[in-house]
Design a protein around this ligand. Sequence first.
Ligand code: GDP
Ligand code: MG
Length: 202
Amino acid sequence: MLEEDEKKVEILYKVLLLGDWSVGKTCLLMRYMENTFTEMHLSTIGIDSKIKIVNLKEGLDAKIQIWDTAGQERYKTISKSYIKGANGILLVYDVTQRGSFEGIKNWVKQIKDLVSSRVNVVLIGNKIDLENQREVKTEEGEQLSKEFNYQFFETTAKDGININEAFEALIKEIAERYSYKPVKHGYKLENEKASKESKGCC
Ligand code: GDP
Ligand code: MG
């Protein structure tokens, strides 16, 4: 039998796409995973999760499991277990739908109620290719992201702009929350570093 330190190392981080219905979550996932885009609304396909292997540093790969909310978000709420299980969340609104931007505060509240500071969040304003239909200014997104201390990206799944950057920024934030111990076949996840803004519970 292999010693504990000799087992093949596997690091898994769970990422969740969250935001109102039709802001482009499924399209962002497809663009990131497969570099494709469709004009169709895809929530009926019911993709649950997809896996991507990402290299964090020399000898350290992580499996990133990305969860898409297959239609539940239509009711402005999704299963608590989705949020609870996430290491990171991409919180998305549509720059052409002010309502989806106003909805962000409600999603933040759901996240804070369930996981407090133990999750990394990146805010995304999507569909910037539709500049002439824009209802939410870039500065408004920036302002909101500062309020919550989230990184902020404006994207278009249609033209494929800024999507890798947003995913990578989130993965980097998650990865930096843990420390890794070098072992024979790579690295072992050691422990979670102390949270920057601990809620000081219990
Ligand atoms: P979800 O409900 O948040 O998963 O939204 P979808 O990914 O299914 O997208 C909803 C609709 O918006 C679809 O018709 C997409 O083609 C469209 N869409 C998504 N992202 C973009 C984008 O960046 N630009 C434009 N113009 N349309 C988009
Ligand atoms: Mg969808």
